[in-house]
Design a protein around this ligand. Structure first.
Ligand code: FPP
Length: 280
């Protein structure tokens, strides 16, 4: 758990973002925002550009959003940067480009992360990525290790079903070592074996470019997340749009399967026990 920021950097927000921030209740900011960054290809297509230019522009958006997150003191920001399905199903040239872009992004942005007190980490089957990419990733994680502000988590070669599979396998190994009995397994035990074991669940999930899909992202962790979908394509997404999503989130009532405060319960005792038909 990162230490909370001990000084406010809200005054560093540009005026348009500050105006939205002032409409927020700082006491009810989400702890964890997760984003499905979608629409890079469409952004490029609309401009008759090659897809890779959309990804390049998308990498710019990442740093803007990270900077805003750090300025408002958001503890956790998790970005879906590269899925297992992207790795398996996209043309080799695009995968190679995305990996090169990631390396360049890390090289060029570690200084800014340090200036913004941001710590970077990763979730996913990252051991399957090329050595040169993993080396850069480890370098960036090490270089930002001591930062105590926003934790930026990049989901890389990530899929939620494979995360659950990996979790069940390591839970099984724990049971085999006689460290835990199958009949005693709880939801918390499964949670302990996820890549995100040390993180709170996302409060808010944002998806850009209008698709109403979860795309195998954090399936376990988003059980109670509020979902915000915007038509805006990821390369056009900036910190102000994340703040607007947070504003929308703050208008919602989170009930976690319960009732709203003040909702009166039915008086069960006054109901006839055998009345199960609808009253016309
Ligand atoms: C979806 O666009 C996005 C991705 C495949 C990956 C996200 C990658 C980035 C934002 C750039 C690099 C990120 C970092 C952290 C350096 P799409 O190609 O699926 O868009 P489309 O649905 O419009 O085709």
């Amino acid at each position: 758990m990162p230490l909370s920021l001990n000084f406010s950097r809200v005054h560093e927000l540009p005026p348009d973002e500050l105006a939205v921030y002032r409409r927020l209740d700082p006491a009810r900011l989400p702890r964890h925002v997760a984003i499905i960054m979608d629409g890079n290809g469409r952004w490029a297509g609309k401009r008759r550009l090659k897809r890779f230019l959309g990804h390049q522009q998308g990498a710019e958006s990442v740093q803007y959003v990270v900077e805003t997150a750090s300025r408002i003191g958001l503890p956790w920001l998790t970005l879906y940067a590269f899925s297992l399905e992207n790795n398996l199903k996209r043309p080799k040239a695009e995968v190679t480009f995305l990996m090169r872009l990631l390396r360049t992004y890390l090289t060029n942005n570690v200084q800014r992360m340090n200036d913004n007190n941001v710590r970077i980490q990763y979730i996913g089957r990252t051991h399957e990525l090329e050595d040169d990419v993993r080396e850069r990733m480890d370098w960036a994680a090490e270089a930002t290790r001591h930062n105590t502000g926003t934790v930026l988590t990049l989901a890389l070669n990530y899929g939620a079903r494979s995360e659950l599979l990996d979790a069940f396998k390591s839970l099984h190994a724990e049971i085999n070592r006689n460290d835990l009995r199958l009949e005693d397994v709880t939801e918390q035990d499964i949670q302990r074996h996820l890549y995100t074991a040390h993180m709170p669940d996302p409060d808010l999930l944002i998806r850009t470019s209008g698709e109403m899909r979860i795309s195998n992202y954090l399936l376990w962790q988003i059980a109670y997340a509020e979902i915000f979908v915007t038509e805006r394509l990821w390369p056009d997404f900036r910190g102000i749009h994340m703040l607007e999503a947070i504003e929308d989130y703050q208008r919602r009532e989170r009930r976690y399967g319960g009732l709203s405060d003040g909702t009166e319960s039915d008086d069960i005792a006054s109901l006839p026990a055998n009345q199960t038909t609808l009253v016309p």
